[in-house]
Design a protein around this ligand. Structure first.
Ligand SMILES: [Zn+2]
Ligand SMILES: [Zn+2]
Length: 274
């Protein structure tokens, strides 16, 4: 038996594995339980179920699995970092709003990375955000200062069901590592949207059209101000076609933002766009 088993005190389904407290419930009994588990049971890697060395018992993912994640590397489109097209201009970012100047992703979303994102999103493992942020911060240079990190918000229905926003967790962990502030109030969802997973690229654009609203930007975000406006850095767990990031950036641009970047942990492999 290992620590990987259904989470004590949680109503969400976890992958087989160690008990994980719900995001907002770091209560003393849970901490006590976790400490007891640490003493009594060895920890397993969330992805491969291999035993973690005791020095890394607090981790969720072992070094072997981390090294399986394939970094997204150049040559790429300098704007969206999709692999360079064989001919012509990059189609992925051609219709993005002008303010969205740079998008980077840490790793390709193959099976190993997809399992981690799935656990972060659907299995109530928000603590995994810190591990994904560590990899992201190692592979993606932090934004130039001044910059403010802005997580992609969830719709209210999904937020209620999940109990936390995985992109906000990732953004908070990145903000700590990059020493940049986070503002989760700058962007809101105007409505719940269907999952993008099974949609075609065109349907993805339609699905998120008008789905975001920019909150009040501080005067520093406007044009011609001094000191310069901070760049806004959107944070999401995964980029597929970029439709969600582009629509969020469009809302921020309409709200007065002039320079927007984005970073995601994973990037789906879509041959049509390479
Ligand atoms: Zn592993
Ligand atoms: Zn591009």
């Amino acid at each position: 038996m290992s620590r990987f088993r259904k989470g004590a005190g949680s109503t969400e389904q976890h992958p087989p594995g160690r008990a994980v407290a719900p995001a907002s419930q770091g209560t003393a009994p849970c901490s006590l339980l976790r400490s007891l588990e640490r003493l009594l049971l060895p920890a397993e890697c969330l992805l491969c179920r291999g035993l973690l060395p005791s020095a890394h018992a607090d981790r969720l993912v072992c070094d072997v699995c981390r090294h399986r994640w394939r970094a997204v590397r150049p040559p790429w489109c300098p704007r969206c970092s999709q692999p360079e097209p064989l001919f012509g201009r990059c189609r992925l970012c051609a219709s993005w709003p002008g303010a969205l100047v740079r998008v980077r992703s840490a790793v390709w979303l193959d099976d190993a990375a997809r399992t981690a994102v799935h656990a972060l999103k659907y299995d109530g493992l928000p603590r995994l955000a810190d591990e994904l942020a560590a990899v992201t911060a190692r592979l993606v240079p932090g934004p130039e200062s001044p910059a403010v990190l802005v997580p992609i918000p969830l719709g209210p229905r999904r937020l209620r069901a999940r109990g936390y926003n995985q992109s906000e967790r990732l953004a908070a962990a990145l903000a700590r590592r990059w020493h940049r502030p986070l503002d989760a109030t700058l962007l809101a969802r105007t409505r719940d949207t269907a999952s993008q997973t099974a949609l075609t690229p065109a349907a993805r654009v339609a699905n998120v059209a008008g789905a975001f609203r920019a909150g009040p930007l501080t005067p520093g975000h406007g044009p011609g101000v001094n000191p310069p406006a901070p760049r806004l850095v959107l944070v999401d767990d995964v980029l597929t076609t970029g439709a969600t990031l582009a629509e969020a950036a469009r809302a921020l641009e309409q709200g007065g933002a002039r320079v927007i970047e984005a970073v995601t942990f994973g990037r789906a492999i879509i041959p049509d766009f390479s």
